[in-house]
Design a binder for this molecule. Structure first.
Ligand code: LLP
Length: 463
């Protein structure tokens, strides 16, 4: 969700009260660079291009709906995170945002590490050549088979999420004659300002072990006693689509507090802390995300200050951005199918995809932007709702958007900032075929995840 979508945001209630919409933007043909991938621009003929290729050509070659990812932008953002954190820290890209073998190769080449949270993500990472020691394995209920595969492969760390898992991982590591590097994920009790479903540091939820009541300290005690484990640090992830660093500040304060208690009780200074991911991106022009170097500076200062206060050696920091790297680098291209003006309300614009390629609007009330990209238009703006083709009235892609009043079937429209949690959360609802992901770079486009086919659907249906 964009910042404006969460309860603290002003936009819907104050600026867009029911039925009274604010003035549309002065020029619907202008693309706000805040929400579009780096190489996206409108050509002299009015058609939008990415990576030097126009969307009409892309639609002809790859069909719609489709996700187009700007490879140069992805690499630049990955590099910016890497550079901002420097050699004394590690950046783990969170694969859940979007993972494919091409993405793994780009990350590897740009010097990033990878956070995976399932056997499927681990297999994808290993098959594309990510060195196992640069992989962190997450999840609140990893299966024994997943744990075994991860340890056998030699993953750099497993992030332990429960008391059962501490014992489970230790046991499997010992069986395999190994000592597994692990972190313990704690919940620090921070209320992150984001949608409830993606806030993860308050205590009443499924992830991590609470600091409160001494549970995390007890988890550390147990992990330190087990031969199969090498406890290297503490992990905290406070949530997603967060714009300010105050939540991280409280988290760092509490995690460093735990490190100090561990030093005092066990005489051990754990060498690492992981502050998770969760940095927000611009979905609409109202959002103002922070740059990686600002975040790195803030986090380094917070951790440095807290450690100095606690007389601890500053641990090595790691972070796990997913959305902030891949989110802004892609857009979804749709073809307009039907247009239904409802008097006094709005115009419903139906596209050839929907909640099967972007569930975020339905699930989190997320806000997105949209633009007509196959041509320019000087027509009067109309208040539109972009909807999909699924059998469900909540099948909304963009809830409130202005589009040109002369929009017509066959026009191409694009929704920017769909690189994160769109393809990775795509479904086959109504037996929709999940769209391809096409990487565009310096005048060349290549499919990195192909479109599903009806044969794919039938192949799974073995009854
Ligand atoms: N690290 C951990 C342990 C996580 O659980 C997550 C996200 C991340 C890193 C990456 O967070 P990011 O930087 O991408 O915000 N489906 C939701 C987001 C769920 C995030 C789950 N964990 C959405 O579409 O907004």
């Amino acid at each position: 969700m964009s910042r404006s979508a969460h309860p603290a945001g002003p936009r819907h209630a104050d600026v867009f009260p029911e039925g009274h919409y604010s003035a549309p933007p002065a020029d619907l043909n202008t693309l706000d660079p805040k929400v579009w991938a780096q190489t996206v621009s409108r050509g002299a003929d009015g058609v939008v291009t990415v990576g030097g290729i126009d969307v009409k050509t892309l639609a002809e070659e790859f069909g719609t709906p489709a996700y187009f990812v700007d490879e140069a932008d992805f690499r630049a953002r990955a590099r910016a995170w890497r550079t901002a954190f420097g050699h004394d820290a590690d950046v783990f890209y969170a694969g859940k945002a979007f993972l494919s073998r091409a993405i793994v190769r780009w990350l590897h080449e740009e010097g990033l590490n990878l956070d995976v949270c399932s056997g499927g993500e681990l297999t994808t990472a290993l098959s594309a050549g990510m060195p196992a020691d640069r992989i962190a394995f997450h999840g609140n209920n990893k299966s024994t088979a997943e744990i075994r595969t991860a340890i056998e492969a030699g993953v750099g760390r497993i992030v332990l999420d429960s008391f059962q898992e501490i014992v489970r991982v230790a046991h499997i590591a010992q069986e395999l004659g190994k000592r597994q590097r692990v972190q313990i994920r704690v919940t620090v009790g921070v209320e992150a300002h984001t949608h409830e479903f993606i806030a993860t540091a308050h205590e009443d939820q499924k992830f991590g072990i609470p600091l409160a009541g001494g549970q995390a300290a007890e988890a550390v005690r147990r992990a330190l006693q087990l031969d199969g484990l090498e406890l290297i640090g503490i992990h905290s992830h406070i949530g997603s689509q967060i714009f300010d660093t105050s939540g991280f500040e409280v988290a760092a304060h509490r995690v460093v507090g735990l490190l100090k208690d561990i030093r005092d009780e066990h005489g051990v200074e754990l060498p690492e802390i992981d502050l998770g991911g969760g940095l927000g991106i611009a979905y609409t022009s109202d959002d103002d995300p922070r740059e990686p170097h600002e975040i790195a500076k803030a986090l380094n200062e917070i951790v440095g200050r807290e450690c100095e206060g606690a007389r601890l050696r500053t641990p090595r920091i790691s972070v796990e951005p997913g959305r902030a790297i891949v989110g802004p680098t892609a857009f979804t291209l749709y073809e307009v199918g039907t247009i239904k003006p409802l008097d006094g309300l709005r115009t419903y614009v139906s596209v050839d995809g929907g909640m099967s390629d972007n569930i975020r609007t339905a699930l989190y009330d997320a806000e997105y932007s949209v633009a007509l990209v196959s041509r320019t238009s000087d027509a009067e703006p109309m208040l539109a709702r972009v909807v999909g083709k699924h059998c469900e009235s909540g099948d909304i892609v963009v809830k409130d958007a202005f589009l040109p009043g002369d929009l017509a079937p066959g026009d191409l429209i694009a929704v920017p900032a769909t690189g994160a949690y769109c393809r990775s959360m795509a479904s086959n609802y109504n037996h929709a075929l999940r769209p391809p992901v096409v990487a565009v770079h310096e005048g060349e486009a290549r499919v990195i995840v192909r479109r599903e086919t009806e044969e794919d659907l039938l192949r799974l249906d073995v009854g």
